[in-house]
Design a protein around this ligand. Structure first.
Ligand SMILES: [Zn+2]
Length: 554
């Protein structure tokens, strides 16, 4: 400290003027997004030394408990914003700590609370009584012109606050924030929306009050594209039946067929016949989409089941989540409660597909970082599509592929992934009659009612267990949950013996037959249900005969 250069009198004068700041203790709550979860962190700060000549903020402030690069950038933004209001220098050295320190804090959520606590430490704002400090939670990124900017993940942050706290958020975040009023006991919270830093400064000077956003009428806007109606898809009756089974029992599905026969359209249409989302599910998806920065505007709520079509060039990280600077949920999490669609399945890199294994098995994905491990939900239904051969026309005169090329192409399918696929269906080229048939809307609505009825039977069946749908019945419990009639069981055993299939396929046959019986509103599985299930579980697969089919009995 080059304080000796200052005359004794000047030093004493500054100590008299600013020394009292060293006696104050400041604390302020800040909201922050950690993975997909909102976290409230406590920012502690105090002035530790009087400066004989005031300094710009980055030279006067030390921040601990936050990623260093992020803290430096925050200070530069705060310095620019405060300069606009003529508060460009600090008369004291300030130490700031963000606690708990073990929680890695990055990004720009903390700009606004940091700016306010620095002003308190430097005496620009009055010291808050300790009893009041905990009443506020502040969130927001600062722009260089003093504007308070919208941040991702605000719903999750709002949910982490206590109902008696006032949450101060950027304008442009308040409608999403207001969705917490949908949670029990949260109707009476307080949310203030601010667009400029000086509004918050004036509030803490006692010169201004805020309106409570929750007292206003909040309009919400549905987010998500409406899936295509089944009535718009011509022909393909068997593929449509497989799509219905997929939606009704949560069975993963593989379409095989030539290009241009509507594999992608069918996959998209499945998202539309899944049961309607409950309010809790809508909020869960909105939280995920907000945290991932996917919502285009404030006040959007996810009301449609997600349909995420993934291209085969996708990186493993984009598929399952990750990122070095900023943690992003992957497509598997964005497809949570909906459909993940992989077109041209054999074109995917093997290690990319292998990365789907954990999500498919557990319905969640854990991403480990240096400081923490994050677990994201990803209970999606997988729909995949592929051509039967490289040219796409295997089995017809148009096919130009050699038998070796076809075999090689089909061998590229990952065995572990095929093991998770219950239904396989081949699409047929449309007949002339089908090609010129009329399309009608409204089929999706009818199919969804069937799916919802079949799902209601499953909900009753699996009450008190962790099983969500027929596709998830564990291997050891098949006969407990798939009740056959005596004739049905006899028939099931016969089919299994005839086809000489592995235990895995045997179980799969029962699960799919269970879903068909549910759609038929039948408590027991009857012979026709078994035969119908065999169409999708055994017959198609044997015709197509990919290399992975020759699995040894488990
Ligand atoms: Zn071919």
């Amino acid at each position: 400290m080059p304080s000796d250069r200052f005359p004794q009198g000047k030093r004493r004068k500054r100590e008299e003027e600013f020394g009292h700041l060293l006696q104050q203790e400041h604390s302020l709550n800040a909201g922050f997004l950690h993975g997909l979860k909102g976290q409230i962190v406590e920012i502690q700060a105090r002035a530790v030394e009087v400066l004989y000549s005031p300094r710009p903020w980055p030279g006067a402030v030390v921040i601990t408990g936050m990623e260093r690069g992020d803290a430096e950038q925050a200070l530069l933004r705060i310095n620019a914003a405060l300069t606009k209001y003529g508060m460009n220098k600090s008369p004291v050295v300030i130490q700031v700590h963000c606690t708990p320190a073990m929680l890695s804090k990055y990004g720009s959520w903390l700009d606004l609370p940091l700016a306010i606590i620095l002003l308190q430490c430097a005496g620009y704002l009055p010291d808050l009584p300790p009893t009041v400090e905990g009443d506020y939670v502040l969130v927001g990124e600062l722009g260089l012109h003093g504007e308070v900017r919208r941040v991702p993940g605000i719903l999750a942050i709002a949910e982490a606050t206590r109902p008696e706290q006032t949450l101060i958020v950027p304008t442009g975040n308040e409608r999403e924030c207001a969705l917490i009023a949908a949670s029990p006991g949260r109707q009476h919270g307080r949310i203030a929306a601010v667009s400029m830093l000086d509004e918050v400064i004036e509030f803490f000077q006692g010169k201004r009050t805020f309106d409570n956003v929750l007292n206003q009428l909040i309009s919400l806007e549905p987010f998500g594209k409406k899936p295509i109606d089944f009535g718009r898809i011509k022909g393909q009756e068997q593929a449509k039946e497989a799509a219905l089974l997929c939606a009704a029992g949560g069975h993963n599905l593989l379409f095989i067929g030539p290009p241009g026969e509507g594999k992608s359209l069918l996959a998209n249409a499945i998202a539309g016949i899944l049961p309607r989302l409950t309010v809790e599910e809508q909020l869960e998806l909105t939280r995920i989409y907000s945290a991932a920065g996917q919502l285009e505007r404030d006040g959007q709520i996810v009301t449609q089941r997600p349909f995420r079509a993934v291209h085969h060039t996708i990186s493993k990280q984009a598929l399952v989540g990750g990122g070095t600077l900023k943690l992003q949920p992957g497509e598997v999490t964005l497809a949570h409660l909906g459909i993940l669609f992989l077109d041209e399945l054999p074109e995917f890199r093997r290690d990319t597909l292998e990365a789907l294994r954990q999500p498919l098995e557990s319905g969640q994905i854990t991403i480990s970082r240096t400081h923490a491990a994050f677990t994201f939900p990803c209970r999606f239904t997988l729909v995949a599509a592929m051509n039967p051969c490289p040219c796409g026309y295997a089995g017809t005169e148009r096919c130009t592929c050699s038998p070796t090329a076809v075999a090689k192409y089909q061998k590229r399918l990952s065995g572990p992934l095929l093991d998770r696929i219950d239904l396989v269906v081949e699409l047929q080229p449309l007949t002339l009659e089908e090609r010129f048939s009329e399309t009608t809307d409204g089929q999706t609505e009818l199919l969804r009612q069937k799916v919802e009825a079949a799902r209601a039977r499953q909900t009753a069946r699996f009450q008190g267990t962790a099983i969500g749908c027929n596709a998830a019945i564990p291997a050891g419990r098949i006969l407990d949950y798939c009740r056959f009639s005596p004739a049905g069981l006899e028939h099931y055993k016969q089919r299994v013996a005839q086809a000489n299939i592995s235990t895995r396929l045997t179980d799969r046959l029962a699960r799919v037959a269970r879903t068909i019986a549910d759609l038929d509103n039948s408590d027991s599985i009857e012979p026709p249900h078994v035969d119908r299930a065999a169409t999708f579980v055994l017959d198609q697969r044997l015709n197509f005969a990919p290399a992975a089919e020759t699995e040894s009995p488990a």
